[in-house]
Design a protein around this ligand. Structure first.
Ligand SMILES: Cc1cc2nc3c(=O)[nH]c(=O)nc-3n(C[C@H](O)[C@H](O)[C@H](O)COP(=O)(O)OP(=O)(O)OC[C@H]3O[C@@H](n4cnc5c(N)ncnc54)[C@H](O)[C@@H]3O)c2cc1C
Length: 219
């Protein structure tokens, strides 16, 4: 088993601490099931949280974007950052409003992002595409020098990390279980739908094998 993340005073889950997880298997499974993260950082004393896509390679979390992005220009100065990923798994309906809840899996990672050097950028971007659509990178028109220049890629070492997971039915007050009120879980799933061809697709362009799958849960 991989060495778990060591909880620090900043990442130890205090509120409902039994939902906290620090093992890499759980953290990586949550990260790898997602595509969108939220990146938090402070500019001139004010916090901003920017949603963006990400990918993981080993102990490194990557994200990218336009080199003109304020978020990326700020973070590449190696300032403190917080990256968060959430999967919403269900509504939890209890017998009292107070005990209603959400089933979820989430990860919070604290650290400092660093610029991926130019000579590693393409490999990182290939990783991003291949993770989602294995085999697609080799099919694409290669990026131009200008496109690579216009793209900034950052990565952050996964070192100070926590996960928090809620599963299962509501936890009601003991005396409320006798009440005739429906209680339970309403599962929520994100589905990947059927491919919708670009109206300008050249006739007879075959559907790539990595898209040839029926609708399936995204995470
Ligand atoms: C989809 C979703 C819905 C939620 N809805 C609510 C809600 O309605 N009300 C509510 O109070 N809380 C909700 N939570 C839980 C919320 O994320 C916090 O865990 C909770 O509010 C306690 O916050 P805190 O600052 O007191 O945590 P603390 O336990 O004090 O946080 C200490 C450290 O624990 C870790 N930590 C805390 N929360 C998380 C997390 N979610 N994921 C990973 N690491 C974490 C971080 O490292 C953090 O720095 C929800 C979570 C998710 C994912």
């Amino acid at each position: 088993m991989a060495v778990p993340f060591r909880p620090t005073p900043r990442t130890r889950v205090k509120r409902i601490h039994e939902r906290g997880r620090y093992d890499r298997e759980t953290v990586y499974a949550i990260l790898d099931a997602g595509v969108i993260c939220h990146v938090g950082y402070v500019i001139d004393g004010h916090p901003y949280v920017t949603p963006t896509s990400y990918w993981r390679h080993g102990d490194l979390l990557y994200w990218h974007g336009s080199s003109a992005s304020r978020m990326l220009r700020h973070l590449k100065q190696e300032v403190p950052a917080c990256v968060e990923v959430t999967h919403f798994d269900g509504f939890v309906l209890a017998r009292s409003g107070f005990h209603h809840s959400i089933n979820y899996r989430s990860v919070m990672a604290l650290g400092t992002a660093r610029l991926v050097p130019d000579d590693e950028k393409l490999v990182a971007l290939e990783d991003f595409v291949e993770r989602l659509f294995p085999g697609r990178w080799g099919e694409l028109r290669p990026p131009t020098r200008q496109e690579v220049k216009a793209t900034t890629v950052l990565r952050m070492a996964l070192e100070e990390v926590s996960a928090k997971v809620r599963t299962g039915p509501p936890k009601d007050d003991e005396e409320d279980y006798a009440l005739p009120i429906w209680a339970g879980v309403l599962p929520v799933t994100t589905l990947v739908g059927a491919p919708q061809p670009d109206p300008r697709l050249e006739a007879d362009t075959p559907l790539p094998s990595y898209l040839n799958r029926s609708a399936e849960p995204a995470s």
